[in-house]
Design a protein around this ligand. Sequence first.
Ligand code: COA
Length: 372
Amino acid sequence: MNKPNRGGLEGIVAGQTRLCTVGIDGVGLNYLGYTIEDLTEQASFEEVAYLLFYGELPSGSQLAEFVVRLKRYRGIPAPLKTILEQLPARSHPMDVLRTGCSALGTLEPEGSFANQVHAAERLLACMPSILAYWHQYQTRGEQIDVELDMDSMAGHFLTLLHGKPPSETHRRAMDVSLILYAEHEFNASTFTARIVASTLSDFHSAMTAGIGALRGPLHGGANEAAMELIERFSDPDSAETSLLAMLGRKEKIMGFGHRVYKDCDPRSDIIQRWSKKLCDEAGNQRLYAVSERIEQVMRREKKMFPNVDFYSASAYHCLGIPTQMFTPLFVLSRISGWSAHIFEQRADNRLIRPAAEYIGPPTRNWLSMSQR
Ligand code: COA
């Protein structure tokens, strides 16, 4: 007997990619053959973005030129600043990024697919500026200068956010997190971006659609939802009591579980180590202890493991990042992966248009108004 179709394209191979392997045999994550462990030990986020855009690690001079280009592309055009200033202060920053991306597509349209790499580099460099500019304008009424002379996206963004350069530990923690979030095969937002690209639509439309898909709590929004959960609890015991009650009500615990990984999310161990380091450094033992207890309860009660979003929440909190910016940070990084997938889709394109199993009524006779 056929298994019932639970939808969600689970287990369906929907295309080919050379960019990433997720959980082959249930474990591991590689970008173009390099393990996530090596990348987060050895590489900078800029090297990883280069790898995804160009298919190979950069030489020293290629990396230096890439970094110079990204620095040059950080500025926000004046009409876009005006748009950002007019968005409500209560907007969710994901909506600000979605609007910023779309607006940039009108001010600086891709024009031709020959310009796609430029469009990707421009967006990668400019989106942290867009997020920070809107935030500082709405919270402090300040029109900040976003074109700072800083090499890394992590350092640039944290400086714009806090008004002073981060410590090297904080900069590297953010850098590692950006590497972890850069690419993940056919996840919902990447697949969305590829679907849009497959219609031969423009680069900014595909990216805007990707942002929309990432926003939901079952996908990128899980890091924010995890933080909202963790910060509710004053100590590990009360966290355990509440969690058991939530599980009893069959509520989902955000930051746990995964569609593809079966035993662990390889990104989680890496960000957990950074979360511990940052919580220790900040003297925030409660946050880490509560997080650890939630993990233990989920393993014991549900045999579920944390995904990348769970310990990202406490790590970002210790970096002084407002909770509503957690998912936007995911966007700033994933622009690299989405872009690479758009290039790949376009290089060998066929319209993505699956079929549906029909479960509606059989063909029937038309009813006139008086028969209904
Ligand atoms: N907390 C509690 N129960 C969970 C759960 C979670 N985080 N994730 C899955 N489950 C349970 C479901 O309730 C379901 O139980 P049931 O069979 O008794 O109804 C079962 O596990 C299967 O869940 P389902 O949602 O169908 O699995 P999926 O493959 O579609 O889901 C996720 C994958 C990631 C969407 C899912 O695990 C989830 O919603 N996690 C929380 C959101 C999250 O962290 N997203 C970020 C992913 S990187």
